[in-house]
Design a protein around this ligand. Structure first.
Ligand SMILES: [Zn+2]
Length: 449
């Protein structure tokens, strides 16, 4: 196998950012050396001052395939992932039909993914009201972990779990040693608030925001932390939006509970104050909250209470966003963010003086660890997959539809000026994205835990 060297003045390694050459042989990284130590036989490519980041790992993606490939699908999700600097996606078990809640459904998903992925992928299994006996078989079959909802997920085919149902599942989950990812909102505060808002104007964002109060997240997180203490399973809070939960999460970690936390680019960039009347593009659950809340989420990242940033890429056909009516009650809640997550985070991180190494930790290393592929992905280091992103962190661009690359070119970021351009993405040593093009055949494969 021939040896190649990827050089840059800014290679982002776990030890920091430095001038280096990443030596690649076949699909793997053979070493990271000083630029003047490249072996003579290596075929060298110098990317100059463009940074080389590890391929990003998105631990929260709704690919919706099989069954709702008209919403998204393996081809389009992995294509937009490659364009966004991702080399691995972990698929959520809902929105697809059948939902990934038993072995047959997992097999159907594997069939749907075959020969259609531009980057690697993994699967989360679902925990619903009545599939406790499917948990250990799914783990044995190679899922990365499990996902459940404490509130109605907004789609048929995947049930939420009550505390009682969750208690029936937890001994099984604890035995697998895999993480349980939880949509942490409890229904009672949402139902109460929504009732009070029956006559309110639902084209106003504040109405929707008030209908999903922080209390829904807080009470869910409290319940989960106490279950975590009791059943000793690995708990992961997906898409934290309520920064008021940070003190309790921080305390839980100091107590030694196995809890990790994620938030999303939209909570770190968009704010409730600027969402226009009828702008249902911005609807997601939990909701985008205040500017002050956003700043506190950044503090959570800084201090490490929030471990990672995942997209919660959740597209739908544009008509489901009900742009004509602008009704926040009936519009689909979900934001598609795969291709723009890195520029969004780079833009905001730059304003707060975070070095690129932080971005690599939040968007590659920590999600790889959550998904169980941390020995192969998420770092530029010897023995890892040669998943590399060539990234220009300083250049600005205006988000246009042709840069999104997922099924429906719908995005709250359209027209915004962002900083940071993905120049090219390499999956296991192969170029899979460059300057808007996707060369070669789809060679992405499933990584089984
Ligand atoms: Zn989600």
């Amino acid at each position: 196998m021939s040896l190649r060297a990827f050089l840059s003045s800014r290679v982002v390694t776990p030890e920091g950012v430095r001038p280096a050459a990443v030596l690649v042989e076949g699909e793997q990284i053979r070493g990271v050396v000083a630029p003047n130590r490249v072996p003579a036989q290596a075929e060298a490519r110098d990317f100059g001052d463009a940074a080389i980041l590890p391929g990003l790992v998105d631990s929260h993606v709704h690919i919706n395939d099989p069954g709702r490939a008209d919403w998204e699908g393996f081809e389009t999700a992995t294509r937009s992932g490659a364009a966004g600097g991702y080399t691995a996606l972990v698929d959520m078990p809902l929105n697809c039909l059948p939902p990934t809640i038993n072995l047959a459904a997992l097999e159907a998903k594997r069939e749907a993914a075959r020969s259609r992925c531009r980057i690697d992928w993994m699967a989360w299994g679902g925990v619903v009201a009545d599939n406790q006996s499917d948990i250990e078989p799914l783990a044995a079959a190679g899922v990365s972990g499990f996902k459940c909802f404490l509130v109605h997920p907004g789609i048929a085919g995947f049930t939420m779990v009550t505390e009682e149902e969750l208690r029936r599942a937890l001994p099984h989950i604890a035995r697998t040693g895999l993480p349980l990812l939880v949509h942490a909102e409890l229904p009672a505060p949402i139902e109460l608030a929504t009732e009070r808002l029956a006559l309110a104007d639902w084209s106003v964002y504040q109405t929707y925001l008030q209908s999903r109060p922080e209390e829904a997240e807080l009470s869910a997180i409290r319940m989960l932390l106490s279950l975590c203490r009791e059943y000793k399973f690995r708990l992961h809070i997906v898409h934290l939006s309520a920064s008021d939960a940070l003190p309790e999460l921080r305390a839980a970690r100091s107590e030694g509970l196995a809890v990790t936390v994620e938030t999303c680019p939209h909570y770190l960039h968009l704010t409730a104050e600027t969402i226009a009347k009828g702008a249902t593009l911005f609807k997601c659950a939990p909701p985008i909250r205040s500017m002050e809340n956003c700043e506190r989420l950044w503090e959570g990242l800084r201090e490490g209470t929030i471990d990672l940033v995942a997209t919660d890429h959740s597209p739908c056909p544009p008509e489901m966003k009900r742009f004509a009516e602008g009704d926040f009650r009936s519009a689909w809640g979900g934001i598609a963010g795969l291709s723009m997550a890195l520029p969004v985070i780079n833009t905001e991180a730059g304003k707060r003086q975070f070095a690129l190494a932080y971005i690599a930790r939040w968007m590659a290393e920590a999600p790889a660890k959550l998904a169980g592929c941390e020995k192969r992905k998420g770092r530029i280091a010897t023995g890892y997959d040669a998943d590399l992103v060539v990234f220009d962190p300083e250049s600005e661009f205006v988000v246009s539809a042709d840069r999104l690359h997922y099924r429906h070119a719908v995005s709250p970021y359209l027209g915004e000026k962002l900083r940071g351009i993905v120049k090219s993405t390499y999956l296991r040593g192969r170029l899979v994205f460059q300057e808007g093009e996707f060369p070669g055949e789809p060679l992405g494969r499933e990584y089984r835990r």
